[in-house]
Design a protein around this ligand. Structure first.
Ligand SMILES: C[S@@+](CC[C@H](N)C(=O)[O-])C[C@H]1O[C@@H](n2cnc3c(N)ncnc32)[C@H](O)[C@@H]1O
Ligand code: SF4
Length: 455
């Protein structure tokens, strides 16, 4: 039986580990010259993964934790396209743009806030700059179902987009009103139908649990309606409530948020329900059909986690283009300016709009491997780890192993000389487990205004 009260005691602020070290450790210590050196040092044969941040939205959803610029002004969008194109031009001076591109992702904000003609223009510019898209490249876009029309879907389909993900969040009207995102089922269904009509290989949806007024009963209905749309993948995110960083979240009445025990019961139910409907859990907050390539990747130990979630395409150098976007190489993370004026000023000066980042030390890389393995596969093969890094796991991580003892005693994970493996309940607390290997946690542990709560 699942002892909800006991496990809610584990609820504390913690990273979601879309990167390790987390973005809190990015700083000016990793400067522009160091970044350019990293770009220059990349293997010219290694593939590229491109992330374009298209930040605009018209209205704020109160729960939104994304980097968004709220506007309804047409000239701002045109101006942004102009800067994106110029950023690519500068980038071409620092990397070989004929390297194979295996992944292209449009994230936001709401990329489809750009109309069909504008999207077409951005895509043409990308393809004329990056000339070597592989035949099986994954080309994807995040879409708000309230802002998509047939012309836009056609432009993306013609350009080779093969994956889309739609934000649903929750179907319950009371929840939708409370988060300022009213989105009737019919609108989401019409958007899904459009994606199928234009032969998207993978159609994904995003849900969030932990929103105002949600409870197990309301979320059951949201799950049923979502499954009836037959998506290929689901993201079911734990609501990250960080009102000290995101002003719009202050409009949410905190007394209406479900308590940790309710959230755990929602997640526990979601896992069982999704399995009964033929989906399997991948990593922390994703579900997919068993024939999905992500499962083959898990079997081969090749599932990776990055800023866009889980992917089979590891080993590529990720380049972030646009405001606030984050890039990732084998031993660094780099983030662009978050303020539009600074972003534009850098490009006007002929520089990449890089603001800050981090060069990974050997210790960072060791911990990054362990944390990402746990976050992706819920287990760690210690033999494989030791042969990769040439260190003895039990010596290197004696502190972490000590701090994981309560988890072991509570049946959340098992530790043997060969492996660490989470139990099904342990997967719900994977962020807490990963935190044991995070060398920076002690710096942030005292503050509860850094990360969102793990449960
Ligand atoms: C950029 S949005 C998706 C595209 C589009 N703007 C939309 O909302 O439909 C990315 C996703 O992040 C998730 N998200 C946003 N804010 C979040 C938060 N505070 N906690 C957890 N997930 C969040 C939502 O599920 C959202 O669909
Ligand atoms: S959730 Fe999506 S549509 Fe809502 S404000 Fe955030 S980015 Fe925009």
């Amino acid at each position: 039986m699942f002892d909800f009260d006991k496990f809610t005691q584990y609820s504390k602020p913690g990273p979601r580990y879309t990167s390790y070290p987390t973005a809190l450790e990015f700083s000016d210590a990793f400067g522009y010259a160091a970044y350019l050196d990293k770009l220059k040092g990349q293997d010219p044969k290694s593939p590229l993964s491109l992330y374009f941040h298209l930040p605009f939205c018209k209205n704020a959803c109160y729960f939104c934790g994304c980097n968004v610029v709220f506007t309804s002004k047409e000239d701002k969008k045109e101006r942004y396209i102009d800067y994106l194109l110029r950023e690519m031009e500068i980038l071409a001076q620092h990397i070989d743009t004929s390297r194979p591109v295996i992944q292209l992702h449009f994230g936001g904000g709401t990329p489809t806030f750009f109309d069909a003609e504008q999207l077409g223009r951005i895509i043409r510019a990308i393809k004329s700059r990056f000339t070597n898209f592989t035949g099986d490249a994954e080309i994807s876009c995040e879409i708000d179902p309230r802002h998509i029309n047939e012309e836009q879907m056609k432009v993306m389909s013609d350009a080779g987009f093969n994956r889309v993900s739609f934000g649903i969040q929750d179907f319950d009207e009371k929840v939708q009103v409370a988060v300022h995102r009213v989105q009737p089922y019919e609108i989401t269904k019409a958007a899904m139908d459009l994606a199928r009509k234009y032969n998207m290989v993978s159609v994904n949806v995003d849900l969030i649990y932990g929103l105002p007024y949600q409870n197990l009963e309301t979320f059951k209905k949201t799950l049923e309606l979502s499954v009836s749309l037959d998506p290929d993948r689901f993201a079911v995110f734990n609501y990250a409530h960080i009102p000290w960083l995101k002003k719009t979240m202050r409009k949410i009445d905190e007394t209406t948020l479900p308590l940790p025990a309710e959230k755990l019961s929602i997640m526990r139910y979601t896992i069982d329900y999704m399995e009964s409907k033929g989906y399997k859990m991948i990593g922390m907050d994703h579900f997919a059909k068993p024939q999905d390539e992500l499962f083959k990747a898990i079997e081969k130990g090749e599932l990776h986690r990055n800023f866009q979630g889980y992917t089979t395409k590891g080993g590529a150098d990720l380049i972030g283009i646009g405001l606030t976007s984050i890039g990732e190489g084998a031993d660094y993370y780099a983030q662009n300016f978050k303020e539009m004026a600074e972003y534009e000023a850098a490009i006007d000066a002929g520089r990449l709009p890089f603001e800050r980042g981090i060069a990974l030390t050997e210790d960072d890389r060791i911990r990054q491997y362990v944390i990402m393995e746990l976050m992706s596969n819920f287990k760690l093969d210690i033999g494989r780890f030791e042969s990769m890094f040439n260190v003895t796991f039990s010596n290197y991580f004696s502190d972490a192993l000590e701090s994981l003892k309560p988890f072991e005693n509570d049946g959340l994970l098992s530790i043997t000389p060969k492996s660490i493996e989470c139990s099904p309940t342990g997967t719900l607390l994977i962020r807490n487990i990963a935190m044991a290997f995070d060398a920076y946690m002690h710096v942030h542990a005292k503050s509860d205004k850094t990360f969102s709560k793990t449960v």
